[in-house]
Design a protein around this ligand. Structure first.
Ligand SMILES: *Cc1c(COP(=O)(O)O)cnc(C)c1O
Length: 363
């Protein structure tokens, strides 16, 4: 039985998985229409010549850009494609005219590889305080801090790679803009997953996770009136992949984005309710956090290698989840966690199977 009323529709439009696939935060499962769009374009490139095949699709590409831009709160002319979210961030930091000694404030859920990008450029990075143990940014503290000092920009992972916590980006943007500070948002985990129209100045993300588009396509949108226009798009491109992402976005919009977000939040709730306390694993999100990502802290005394072994054991039982090691969120934890990220087609039996497996793995 599907957890969501959208489960059957989502499942019918793609192949049945060979595993219990609870790993959309790593990569979602593309639909038959997405795969068909990609392969059709690859065939056309061979038949017509790649550049002509791309010209033939100019209107689709323009429409796809409008759709994706509207999903993330920007206009089509502000949107550019790169190969990944990380490539998008790198391009932004390369072309953005930032001062020599740049200061950036981040939330504690900041993605480790993003911190590496900041540190490599010599940025001074300052973590914002949390408002609660779940790890939401303390927006009152932020407002206070900004009265005394303004960073060059604030960078927020809307959802990080090691937690299902959704940062209050809309509120952060309001507060930052009142102080004249631009906000950059990493939407790698939220595009197609939670509402992403936030008013932020720059947003970027990736195709392959919750949008269930292909791998190898990322995007970035830079608000025209906020920054000097920057030329970010790579000239060489996986055009078929971009068309595949366009199809994936149109499927989400076809269902209704708000409906997708609502159902994914309900799935997160059902997952947390089902898993909390099983075999002494601990769910780290509040039960009603509006996301479909659940992270589980291992029983007391477990080492990171034990969590990796648990993930391997689950995979041997046909259950795919992520072992999230601390490099993903180094400001938060040194522990490894299991990250469970079902998409719309998750079934109650999938969660039962995971719960049973976890129970037998508790010490
Ligand atoms: C996956 C992820 C990224 C990186 O995305 P790529 O497309 O692999 O570069 C960045 N930030 C967060 C929070 C992520 O989860």
């Amino acid at each position: 039985m599907y957890v969501s009323e959208l489960g059957e529709q989502w499942r019918r439009s793609r192949l049945r998985p060979e595993v219990v696939h609870l790993d959309s935060a790593a990569a979602g499962r593309s639909s038959n229409a997405v795969i068909g769009t990609i392969s059709a374009h690859l065939w056309r490139e061979t038949e017509r010549g790649s550049y002509i095949a791309a010209e033939d699709r100019v209107e689709e590409i323009a429409r796809d850009k409008r759709d994706l831009a509207s999903l993330i709160g920007h206009t089509a002319d502000e949107l550019a494609f790169r190969e990944s979210a990380r490539a998008a961030l790198r391009a932004l930091l390369t072309y953005w005219n930032l001062p020599i000694s740049t200061t950036v404030w981040v939330a504690k859920n900041e993605f480790g590889p993003n911190l590496v990008e900041f540190e490599r450029r010599g940025f001074a990075v300052r973590p914002l305080p949390d408002a609660d143990i779940a790890g939401h940014v303390d927006t009152d503290a932020l407002e206070n801090m900004l009265q005394f000092e303004q960073p060059d920009f604030i960078h927020i992972c809307h959802i990080g790679a090691m937690s299902g916590i959704v940062q209050p980006v809309t509120r952060i943007v309001e507060i930052a803009h009142a102080a004249g500070v631009p906000v950059v948002v990493d939407m790698a985990q939220t595009a197609g997953h939670t509402p992403t129209v936030t008013g932020a100045d720059v947003v970027y993300g990736t195709s392959r996770k919750w949008l269930a588009g292909p791998r190898g396509v990322g995007f970035v949108a830079v608000r025209k009136d906020a920054l000097r226009p920057v030329e970010i798009e790579s000239s060489e491109a996986f055009v078929a992949g971009r068309l595949g992402l366009g199809m994936a976005v149109s499927e989400v919009l076809g269902i209704g984005q708000q409906r997708v977000f609502r159902e994914l939040a309900l799935i997160g709730r059902a997952t947390r309710e089902r898993l909390d306390g099983i075999g002494s694993w601990e769910v780290l999100e509040p039960v009603d956090e509006p996301s479909a990502i659940t992270t589980l802290a291992p029983p007391p005394g477990w080492q990171p290698s034990d969590v990796a072994a648990a993930r391997a054991k689950l995979l041997s039982l046909g259950i795919l989840v992520t072992c999230a090691d601390s490099w993903r969120a180094p400001l938060t934890t040194e522990q490894s966690l299991l990250r469970v990220s079902p998409h719309l087609d998750v079934e109650r039996e999938d969660l039962d199977k995971l719960a049973d497996a976890l129970r037998t793995m508790g010490y």
